[in-house]
Design a binder for this molecule. Structure first.
Ligand SMILES: NC(=O)c1ccc[n+]([C@@H]2O[C@H](COP(=O)([O-])OP(=O)(O)OC[C@H]3O[C@@H](n4cnc5c(N)ncnc54)[C@H](O)[C@@H]3O)[C@@H](O)[C@H]2O)c1
Length: 261
């Protein structure tokens, strides 16, 4: 019997085989979870095809469109999730977006529109999907989102996304406090850099990967499988006393102060 046998969960944010959400989904599926997925709708149905290809081996109970920037999409998605899964035991939110040109600007030069877009897709999406998911949870539940160290400390090139991740980290803590009395836990994983579609928008990402691997105590970068294992811990009863936590899964990079010269 797996850690998630008999449990139903929603995974938001698989784009392809490289997505962190895919790595998480594989571990949860291996542990017995029944999963529902979204895809970001586009005119040609390309995202739908990519997501289907990435998760078909996980026997998905649902693959449904949802642009998290549209209230009506979010409502329809969770209604379809309820029809397909019944009650929801956990939610994984693995979504972020900001226009590339806005991330590549100095933070001082970010436009109002770019700022609002980043905050809407990367932070408000966490709040609205948590609201919809928790209204379908029973006596316990767990929520997990994906953050990055650039929301705590300055990481050159991360810029606007760092501001958004900081707001996301703070949202984790406020939601943890509000949902704690219902025995719903809310946590984040602060993942080390992984080469994904979203990461390609970050300036100098290749160099960041090399640098992290050279500085981190484990002297390498993290895999999506490892992020998945930590996710399964935070979503399961194994972490029943943990909420409001930002867990670093980054090969130890965040503990370093002075580096090797
Ligand atoms: N890759 C990294 O180095 C890294 C490190 C730490 C944290 N993260 C975070 O992990 C999460 C997942 O990113 P990833 O690296 O796996 O990249 P990814 O590109 O595979 O996933 C990002 C997902 O967000 C979805 N998305 C964006 N806007 C959306 C919208 N309006 N509606 C619905 N879906 C939308 C995309 O479709 C995609 O599935 C993000 O929050 C990211 O910031 C990534």
């Amino acid at each position: 019997m797996g850690l998630f046998t008999g449990k139903n969960g929603i995974i938001l944010g698989v784009a392809n085989e490289r997505s962190i959400a895919r790595g998480i989904a594989e571990v949860l599926h291996h542990e017995g979870a029944r999963l529902g997925f979204n895809f970001l709708p586009d005119d040609r149905g390309r995202m739908e095809a990519r997501v289907k290809k990435a998760v078909s081996h996980l026997n998905p109970a649902l693959i449904h469109p949802c642009n998290v920037n549209r209230d009506e999409d979010v409502t329809a998605f969770f209604s379809a999730a309820q029809d397909a899964l019944g009650s929801i035991d956990f939610l994984v939110h693995s979504i972020a977006f900001a226009p590339v040109e806005e991330i590549r600007k100095p933070t001082l030069a970010v436009s109002r529109e770019g700022f609002l877009t980043a905050m809407e897709a990367s932070v408000y999406s966490f709040i609205i999907t948590s609201r919809e998911a928790t209204s379908r949870m029973g006596e316990t539940g767990a929520i997990l989102t994906l953050s990055y160290y650039g929301g705590e400390k300055v990481v050159e090139g991360y810029n606007l996304m760092g501001v958004a991740k900081s707001a996301l980290d703070c949202s984790v803590k406020y939601l943890a406090n509000e949902l704690g009395p219902r025995n719903i836990r809310v946590n984040a994983i602060s993942a080390g850099p992984v080469k994904t579609l979203a990461a390609s928008g970050i300036g100098g990402f290749g160099k960041m990967l090399d640098y992290n691997a050279s500085v981190a105590p484990l002297r390498r970068n993290v895999s999506t499988q490892e992020i998945g294992k930590a996710a399964s811990f935070l979503l399961s009863e194994m972490s029943s006393g943990i909420t409001g936590e930002i867990l670093h899964v980054d090969c130890g990079y965040n503990v370093m102060g002075a580096f090797r010269y």
